[in-house]
Design a protein around this ligand. Structure first.
Ligand code: ATP
Length: 676
């Protein structure tokens, strides 16, 4: 409904059918979105704009959606802009003819590089008027910037940004720049810079864009027939697109299909397939075996060892069925010397890890039964000690180089522990029960000691047997158990979801708050005493998915060895920034500020003795009533999580959930006369 209400007025009347979508039109929509926090209103603005794209320039729908998402391509394409704050400041300075020191001073005062760019642009007198920016042109320009690498690429990037900036804000629609009154208005320079920084700061989460896209296509298709879609049709369209995207997260594949066939039949044309990695299913933490039994009461479940390595998704297509998988031809490596067919290994965030694990790809063919022609395998790569024939801790695996590993130089051997099969011989399996998927998995491969194995498991409901399995898993250097529903319709594979149908029971959190947390390093304090030459404590944040901000959650100074502090000083010094990013939510009290701020890049795993409310931190502050955020009691550093991106850090929602659980348990304990 909201779509229809908002679609009354064209936000950009100069744009005619067949014209490339003006970037200024997209920025006008962004600036409308920026002025509201209401999700329905945001969806309405997006949907209305996408309807206009569909009506006037459907060929630009894909880059429009990508720019809305602050993404240049699907994650597996591995395209990253790689631009730090200093490079952006340099480009703003050069393109507007203002000195770097003036830009820095502005940045210090305004705190948002996007607004600094808008202000610089509005002060600039232009001799001649370049052609206005288009969505397609901006997308291409940014893509080229992302692809620049090697010697001299930094300067090349600055020049390329300058070219885009020179054409920004030349059309009449984007003139309004009053950074004090309207957040900078529809300035193209502002949104270009925010894109380069990686955060548009519009509260435009991917799920919102998906809903808006579905609404736009359904409404547009109905309008072609002179109709208005019903609420049911809109809801149905959203559900279809969400489901299809979760199984095939590629707008490059879905959008052309949608332009051709609409939304409702997408299921048939866009299916999970090798070549397009999907986001893995994740588990919910539990604090006790009895909690597991309560959750799965009356239902069959299995307890698998929880291996402590790196999540991996292996995709494979045999040579004789290649023609059935066009997407695989582009994304899976062909390397006849290494393996027969097309194959690749993707990380939990769809990064291509094939260059990290050439040793796995080389042996892949030896584990595949001849009847297995295509698959998507969910598994864990775990560091392996070949002498003692046992798995090694996660830290060992993290010492492996991430890129261009030569098999002959591999020092840390890995074993693949397979636990799920998502696609097999031409068919997606995600809707099948886990029992069926597991059976197919066990029939599709052959075991190879120290190289390829199935996750160890026991199907039991007996508390003592589960406890025994947990003890055994720990003895086998695993983290604990993954408990999974086996038969019911709930046992399907839920891509990208932290599902209640998978529960994790870790050995060391049975007594704590339920899980360790993965937090983003936002700032640091110089050390005292022995630690003066390094950072001695750090400010950490959790991720708020709704507002796309990092909210501070604790200071941490425990759990670090001197060697690691030295290493962190080296790594973090390279990403020091002038001040907190506008998408960091932190205390403004003077004494609460860290000595330095960092780009949000590193994720650390942290253990805590419990959660507490504190006015100093901001995590989940809105959910907690706006006064206090949630903080950690006695946080202790465990390890780096280089396999996670900052946006994959523990969410503030999850922290709020942990906090509530902790409070319930505390109340129950008090009620039973236990310790407070
Ligand atoms: P954690 O820090 O506990 O690994 P996480 O956020 O990385 O948390 P979770 O959903 O909490 O992910 O835990 C599931 C992870 O455990 C999976 O991502 C996978 O890497 C790993 N894992 C190990 N063994 C299994 C198994 N048998 N089944 C599923 N996942 C497993």
């Amino acid at each position: 409904q909201a779509t229809i209400e908002a679609s009354g007025k064209d936000p950009y009347p100069d744009w005619k059918a067949g014209d490339p979508v003006p970037y200024a039109a997209l920025c006008t929509t962004f600036s409308l979105i920026e002025l509201t926090t209401k999700r329905l209103q945001i969806i309405a603005y997006c949907s209305s704009f996408l309807q206009q794209v569909l009506r006037l320039t459907p060929r630009d729908l894909l880059p429009t959606v990508q720019l809305m998402l602050n993404k240049l391509a699907a994650d597996y394409a591995g395209i990253e802009l790689g631009i730090g704050e200093s490079l952006i400041m340099k480009a703003i300075g050069e393109s507007s003819g203002r000195s770097l020191s003036v830009i820095k001073a502005d940045h210090h005062k305004i705190g948002d590089l996007g607004l600094v760019a808008a202000k610089s642009k509005s002060k600039q007198a232009q001799m001649f008027k370049p052609k206005p920016l288009t969505v397609h042109g901006v997308h291409q320009g940014l893509l080229e910037i992302a692809k620049m690498e090697g010697h001299g690429s930094q300067d090349q990037k600055v020049r390329a940004i300058n070219r885009l900036m020179a054409s920004a804000d030349v059309s009449s629609a984007s003139k309004t720049v009053d950074i004090t009154k309207d957040k900078g208005g529809p300035s193209e320079a502002k949104f270009l810079v925010r894109f380069l920084e990686g955060k548009l700061r519009l509260g435009l989460a991917e799920k919102t864009v998906i809903v808006a896209l579905a609404q736009a296509v359904v409404t547009y298709e109905a309008a072609k027939k002179g109709k208005i879609p019903s609420t049911d049709q809109l809801a149905n369209g959203e559900a279809v697109l969400k489901q299809v995207y979760s199984e095939l997260p590629s707008y490059e594949v879905i959008i052309p299909a949608m332009l051709e066939h609409g939304v409702f039949n997408l299921h048939e044309t866009c299916k999970l397939q090798p070549g397009v990695p999907l986001k893995p299913m994740l588990a919910k933490p539990t604090k006790s075996i009895t909690e597991v039994l309560d959750r799965f009461e009356g239902k069959d479940f299995t307890c698998e060892y929880k291996y402590d390595g790196e999540r991996a998704q292996i995709h494979y297509v045999a040579p004789d069925v290649k023609s059935e998988f066009p997407a695989a031809e582009n994304t899976l490596a062909k390397d006849p010397k290494r393996f027969n067919g097309l194959a690749a290994i993707f990380s939990r965030n769809s990064e291509d890890l094939s260059k990290k694990y050439p040793d796995i790809l080389e042996k892949l063919n030896t584990w595949i039964k001849p009847s297995t022609k295509s698959f998507v395998l969910d598994c864990e790569t775990v560091a392996w000690d070949p002498q003692n024939k046992k798995v090694l801790p996660f830290q060992q695996l993290m010492t492996r180089k991430r890129k261009d590993v030569k098999t002959s130089e591999v020092t840390v051997k890995v074993c693949v522990f397979a636990f799920d099969l998502l696609f097999y011989n031409g068919e997606p399996l995600v809707k099948k029960s886990f029992r069926e998927r597991r059976e197919l998995l066990h029939n599709a491969f052959t075991l190879a000691e120290g190289e390829f194995s199935f996750a160890q498991y026991g199907d039991t409901r007996d508390v003592e047997e589960i406890q025994h399995l947990l003890d055994e898993s720990v003895k086998a250097s695993c983290e604990g158990l993954m408990v999974k529903m086996l038969d019911t319709e709930d046992s399907g594979y839920e891509p990208s979801k932290r599902s209640r149908n998978w529960l994790k029971v870790k050995k060391d959190y049975l007594a704590g708050v339920g899980d360790s947390l993965d937090l983003v390093v936002l700032g640091a304090y110089y050390g005292k005493g022995k630690r003066t030459s390094w950072y001695g404590a750090f400010l950490l944040g959790a991720y708020n998915e709704d507002t796309q901000t990092f909210e501070t959650v604790c200071n941490i100074g425990t759990g670090f060895s001197e060697a690691i502090l030295e290493e962190f000083y080296k790594d973090l010094s390279e990403i020091v920034i002038d001040g907190a990013k506008p998408f960091y939510s932190h205390s403004t009290v003077k004494n609460d500020q860290p000595d330095v701020w960092f780009e949000a890049r590193h994720v650390w795993e942290v253990k805590t003795a419990g959660l507490t409310l504190s006015p100093r931190y901001r995590a989940a502050i809105d959910e907690m009533g706006g006064k206090n955020g949630i903080s950690l009691r006695f946080p202790r550093f465990i390890q780096k999580r280089d396999d996670k991106k900052p946006e994959e850090a523990t969410t503030t929602k999850a922290i709020a959930e942990m906090y509530r659980k902790q409070e319930v348990v505390a109340q129950e304990t008090r009620g039973k006369g236990g310790v407070d």
